[in-house]
Design a protein around this ligand. Structure first.
Ligand code: ZN
Length: 123
């Protein structure tokens, strides 16, 4: 269910942006884990695989670069992009929102890296 084209009210959109902004430092921390795991020969962790994938794509991740990008992450309402793809790859990949249902809260998912973020107001 792709709800990107579903208009949401301003408060809801602002909340999504606020929830995603909190993810950028977490993705930076995750990237550092990945860098350290790779350096220590633990290439099979999720974070290490992400960093290795970026390297194979010709965009090696350094701690400095990931930190700069995490600080610069600035999603705009209606054009929210994936925090992980931004911090690790420097790419703006649009997120797709799945509105909340009785079973699960709203999430935003990235088709490129598979990240999924909770963006519900109570998250
Ligand atoms: Zn992504």
């Amino acid at each position: 269910m792709n709800t990107r084209s579903t208009p949401v009210d301003r408060a809801h959109a602002d909340h999504r942006v606020a929830a995603l902004l909190k993810q950028a430092p977490l993705e930076f921390a995750r990237a550092v884990y990945g860098i350290n795991d790779l350096a220590a020969g633990r290439a099979d962790t999720m974070a290490a695989r992400e960093v290795a994938r970026a390297q194979r794509q010709g965009m090696p991740v350094t701690e400095e670069r990931a930190e700069q990008r995490a600080r610069a992450y600035l999603p705009t309402a209606g054009q929210e992009h994936c925090p992980r793809c931004w911090v690790v790859y420097g790419q703006k990949i649009p997120l797709r929102f799945r509105l909340s249902t009785p079973e699960r809260p709203e999430t935003a998912a990235c088709h490129a890296c598979g990240a999924e973020y909770a963006t519900a107001p109570d998250a």
